[in-house]
Ligand binder design. Structure first.
Ligand code: ADE
Length: 231
């Protein structure tokens, strides 16, 4: 097994890189990939840079060039579900692109012909996350994550994403990574910790909490990886 571990920003993968051995940096397509081992299992870690295009490129590279056979994404998100507070964890059951819009032709938001509005995460990985949460004594919400190329800091847009996609959280990379993994039949998992509530305070809160929330997500993911490499 070779595990791809992705984030979008340096803060999201830094806590993971610290824990790896035999780290080798490989430069490819204007990005850095860290080939390493963790407890004897091969891993490849990268942060893609923000947004759907960069995350698509990185996910494709992880699977096709580095031949990873499972992809785990860790990072932060804006909370949409009012029950989600800063630092809370969300595991994606399925993901959608909230900014994909050809509704003028009668299609649903997030849908293009031959695609689907939602892409589902790997069920076994979601089950594993629940086991890890139980063992750690932390609560993790399984929910819908909506992805788009915009930092949402606006109640109207947030409400649209909530009502159109029943989203619990939103971010800028998960659904594009999901589309790549689904197309290549590679199991994937998207984990996020809340950094803000996608409201008018979101910019301020994001800057304040991005690092601590990114670490919450990365530390949880490492506990999942402990289980995966022990299998
Ligand atoms: N990631 C974290 N917070 C976000 C927000 N408010 N909008 C988009 N992506 C985010």
């Amino acid at each position: 097994m070779k595990i791809a571990i992705m984030g979008a920003m340096p803060e999201e993968v830094a806590p993971i890189l610290e824990k790896l051995a035999n780290v080798e940096e490989v430069n490819y397509a204007k990005n850095k990939y860290y080939k390493a081992t963790y407890k004897g299992t091969e891993v490849v870690v990268a942060y893609s840079k923000i947004g759907k295009v960069f995350s698509t490129l990185t996910a494709s590279t992880m699977l096709q060039m580095f031949a990873c056979d499972v992809l785990l994404f860790t990072g932060v998100a804006g909370g949409v579900n009012p029950q989600l507070k800063i630092g809370d964890l969300v595991v994606a059951s399925k993901l959608a692109q909230h900014d994909l819009d050809i509704t003028i032709f009668g299609h649903a938001h997030g849908y293009v012909p031959e695609g689907s509005v939602y892409v589902e995460s790997d069920k076994d990985l979601v089950v594993l996350s629940k086991l890890v949460a139980q063992e750690m004594g932390v609560s993790v919400r399984e929910g819908i994550i909506a992805t788009g190329d915009q930092f949402v800091a606006d109640e109207t847009r947030k409400e649209f994403i909530s009502s159109t996609f029943q989203a619990d959280a939103l971010e800028m990379e998960g659904a594009s990574v999901a589309v790549v993994c689904d197309a290549l039949s590679v199991p994937f998992f998207v984990l996020r910790s809340i950094s803000d509530s996608a409201d008018m305070d979101a910019g301020f809160n994001f800057e304040e909490f991005v690092q601590s929330s990114a670490k919450v997500s990365a530390d949880f993911l490492m506990n999942m990886i402990d289980k995966l490499v022990a299998k």
